[in-house]
Design a protein around this ligand. Structure first.
Ligand code: PLP
Length: 834
């Protein structure tokens, strides 16, 4: 029992004064005004929308913290296994709207704010996105936190408290410009824990010494120390008191490190140098999505975060006074990609160097604790660290990695005695110049389960990157957990009217915690009244997006046109270039049409959005081409509403919440075999939009669930990619599709401005092997887009397809994923508050 550990008089005094958190409108106003007047030192006379937001957020934060405290006590006393989700990225977006909905007090806040003179929408939109991530991987982590709390799992997220999140994108003269995102100016959602600090060591050397019973022991010594300070953010579950924790580590100079000698000598500037160097560790999020750059500061970030998190986890475990062998019964750690792989090595180091366990005993604990989620098979994204770099920064860890590798290779040798090549193929150390540590192999060897994120992807990792490991460990170590999304944020919050309409038919909002209940909607796919309401909601969502486009770009788009949307990171493998080449083809085709033919066309708005990594020149060129095409098409009076091309600046989670509900069709058109899963594909379908896509990632399972007739699939299959690439490089009869050729001619003749700017992009497809197979899929893409045009004309049928699709999307809830992780990988039970 939580309470019985505290003597009665104190218990009663605490109980008497413990706030329960507001529930009525009056109490909400009370709390909000108190915060505005005292915490923020503002008054009725100078309270603007930002202050109203801050007061409201603080009122909600207080409420969450009360539940957070109780949840942590409950979980400590329950003494059961917890999950720790280690992710270098959490793309959380805004917190206030989500908190209001999850605790069920949005209406109370709406009425209360109205009394105080504010519209809730204006207040919500004051919040700065917490953009601690690049794209899908970070947003997945955020959806998982929502599901973990909603399903009452005792779970913590661990990440870094970057001072600068992903940069803000401005489009200036059709080019991406990056602006720093300093998001911490006022962040009411975090709690600094200045008492929770960990000293993190870097550099130095390893001292060997004789331990008890004559064994050689190792100790990591010298080097420098940086301090990690914890900042906590409460994560409320939906309709449950469970409020979990996201702990973010911030770096600062360790307390003894300030150089007072220098300071006293008047060398003020250099005396703060160490401090600044320490703070650099958690300063920035690396802005690369699916690309490994091997920079020392990034490795520092990874170790800093892993070491601080593990220290915290181990400290918590040690309080239970259980034997070390019980560690995997109390702790499950999930590695979101290879970024936290050093946690495996760090736990082994703690167990053997500090806790004095034998190697084998320690290694059994380690491997039973970790699970590893792979997110890519693309070579440029698979992390490797140079051995000399690691030797310098983490000398003891490198030794342990060599020992892990030696034990592993000996095991492989015993299993495959004659296969020398196998040894060099699977070694953690790549024998290159310089030698490299292959992090995906280390993560695989140090975990008890490895999972991919969609069926095709999990099959691909079993047959490509981890093929040898499947024969070494057997197939059971490798599994699949298809990604999912939280229906709370991505339906209920982003599309409240659709959520309400669905609830009205299903008799309540239970579908938000059991998304499979959506299947009861299918019976309404032919219901005229229902379809009409459905269409009205889609139209209203398109009007909202059209307003956003008008306000931000000055271009007026017709909400009655077909909205065709591709928003995601700009990457050659995601093939925004295929989309824009298709748009140019459409433009040229319309230009050549007679007025009669034009009358038959459904007007289209092609909408793009997404950030390019600042150093990814080709991706930036794609953005520039989209903007340049828009510049011409949008001002071509002869075209009018038939085609508009829009680039939405600074795509992020809060924009996604406006964009996703407004699509008629969205594009998920990666080169087959490259997109591990995708999650925006799920979000668009769940919001009543159809998708055009390749047979890649989760598109395949979406098709299985919603039916082939409800999706526009096109293009070559993953199994054909290798042969096609071979043919591009070595074949002798390559002819470009005439339609695509016409598109390139238009670009090269300057139709969209100075053609030189697009030379490299055109050449990459025409002359340089077309690695992403744009030319191979172009004609089937164009034909499939024509099918979209045709299908859109029959609105009755179109809406029926949308309704049927939504009704079959139950599988893609992140609650289902978390259930699978909990059962298959973590072996953890929920703890339901009484
Ligand atoms: N970026 C943001 C802001 C998102 O919200 C999402 C998913 O919704 C993604 C990226 C991932 O998109 P995709 O799955 O299309 O790569």
């Amino acid at each position: 029992n939580v309470e019985s550990s505290i003597p009665e008089p104190q218990r009663d005094a605490w109980k008497k004064h413990t706030k329960k958190g507001f529930t009525t409108k009056d109490e909400f106003e009370d709390e909000t005004v108190r915060h505005i007047e005292t915490t923020l030192a503002r008054s009725l006379f100078n309270c603007d929308e930002l202050a109203a937001y801050s007061g409201t957020a603080l009122a909600f934060r207080d409420r969450l913290i009360v539940e957070w405290n109780k949840t942590q006590q409950r979980q400590t006393f329950a003494d059961q296994k917890r999950v720790y989700y280690l992710s270098l990225e959490f793309l959380m977006g805004r917190a206030l709207d989500n908190a209001m909905l999850n605790v069920g007090l949005k209406d109370v806040a709406k009425d209360g704010l109205k009394d105080l003179g504010f519209r809730i929408e204006d207040v919500i939109s004051q919040e700065h996105d917490a953009a601690l991530g690049n794209g899908g991987l970070g947003r997945l982590a955020a959806c998982f936190l929502d599901s973990l709390a909603t399903m009452n799992y005792p779970a913590w997220g661990y990440a870094l408290r970057y001072r600068y999140g992903i940069f803000k994108q401005q489009i200036i003269d059709g080019y991406q410009v990056e602006i720093p995102d300093y998001w911490l100016d006022f962040n009411p959602w975090e709690f600094p824990r200045h008492d929770v600090t960990v000293e993190i060591q870097f550099y130095g050397w390893v001292r060997k010494y004789q331990g008890e019973n004559g064994k050689t022991k190792a100790s990591w010594e010298g080097g420098e120390i940086v301090e990690a300070v914890a900042y906590d953010a409460p994560i409320p579950g939906y309709k449950t008191a469970t409020t979990n924790n996201l702990r973010l580590w911030s770096s600062k100079a360790a307390s003894g490190e300030f150089d007072f000698q220098k300071f006293n000598n008047g060398e003020y500037e250099s005396s703060v140098g160490d401090q600044q160097r320490a703070e650099t560790i958690s300063a920035v999020l690396y802005p690369n999505d699916n690309l490994d750059r091997g920079k020392e500061l990034r490795l520092k970030q990874q170790y800093f975060w892993c070491a601080a998190s593990l220290y915290d986890i181990v400290r918590r475990f040690k309080k239970s006074e259980k034997a070390w062998s019980a560690f995997p019964d109390m702790v499950a750690i999930q590695l979101n990609d290879t970024h936290p792989t050093l946690a495996i090595v760090e736990l082994q180091r703690i167990l053997i160097d500090i806790e004095a366990l034998e190697w084998d005993e320690a290694w059994t604990i380690v491997t039973n604790t970790f699970g590893y989620t792979n997110h890519t098979v693309m070579p440029e994204a698979l992390e490797k660290w140079s051995v000399p770099l690691m030797q310098n920064l983490l000398p003891r860890h490198l030794q342990i990695i060599y020992d892990i590798n030696m034990n592993f290779l000996q095991m492989v040798e015993r299993k495959f005695p004659k296969d020398r090549e196998m040894l060099s193929r699977v070694s953690i150390i790549e024998e290159s110049q310089p030698k490299m540590v292959r992090m995906a192999y280390l993560a695989t060897i140090g975990s008890h389960k490895v999972n991919g994120v969609a069926e095709l992807h999990s099959d691909l990792i079993r047959t490509t990157v981890f093929r040898d490991f499947v024969s070494i460990y057997g197939p059971d170590k490798f599994t699949n957990v298809t990604n999912g999304i939280t229906p709370r944020r991505w339906l209920h919050q982003a599309n409240p009217r659709l959520s309400e309409l669905i609830a009205s038919k299903l008799g309540g909002y239970e579908f938000l915690t059991d998304l499979t209940l959506l299947n009861k909607l299918e019976q309404f796919a032919d219901d005229k009244e229902f379809k009409k309401e459905w269409q009205e909601i889609k139209y209203a969502n398109k009007v909202r997006l059209a307003q956003h486009i008008g306000n931000t770009t000055g271009i007026s788009v017709n909400p009655k046109a077909l909205f065709d949307i591709q928003v995601k990171r700009i990457h050659e493998y995601k093939r925004q270039q295929l989309n824009i080449l298709g748009v140019i083809h459409r433009y040229l085709t319309i230009k050549a049409m007679s007025p009669e033919e034009r009358k038959k066309l459904a007007p289209r708005v092609s909408i793009f959005g997404g950030k390019a990594a600042p150093g990814y020149w080709m991706a930036k060129t794609v953005i520039h081409l989209v903007c340049s095409v828009g510049e011409v098409v949008n001002h071509d009076k002869d075209i009018g509403d038939l085609l508009k091309v829009i680039y939405i600046e600074d795509y992020n989670v809060s924009k996604a919440e406006i964009i996703t509900p407004a699509s008629d069709i969205s594009e998920h058109i990666s080169t087959a075999g490259t997109e591990a899963s995708g999650t925006s594909n799920m979000k668009f379908v769940l919001n009543g939009g159809l998708i055009i896509g390749t047979c890649d990632g989760a598109n395949i399972e979406i098709t299985r669930e919603i039916g082939e007739s409800n999706i526009f699939l096109f293009g070559n299959l993953a199994e054909d990619v290798e042969d096609l690439r071979h043919a591009h490089t070595y074949g002798n009869s390559f002819t470009l599709d005439p339609d695509l050729s016409r598109v390139f001619t238009a670009i090269r003749s300057g139709t969209f401005g100075d053609a030189a700017r697009f030379n490299a992009l055109c050449n990459s497809i025409v002359d340089h092997g077309d690695y992403y197979l744009v030319s191979d899929d172009f004609s089937s893409y164009v034909k499939t887009q024509e099918l979209v045009d045709e299908a859109y004309k029959d609105q009755e049928e179109w809406v029926a397809k949308c309704i049927q699709s939504v009704s079959r999307m139950g599988f893609f809830s992140s609650d289902r994923c978390i259930q699978e992780y909990a059962d298959m990988i973590w072996n953890v039970e929920p703890l339901v508050p009484q």
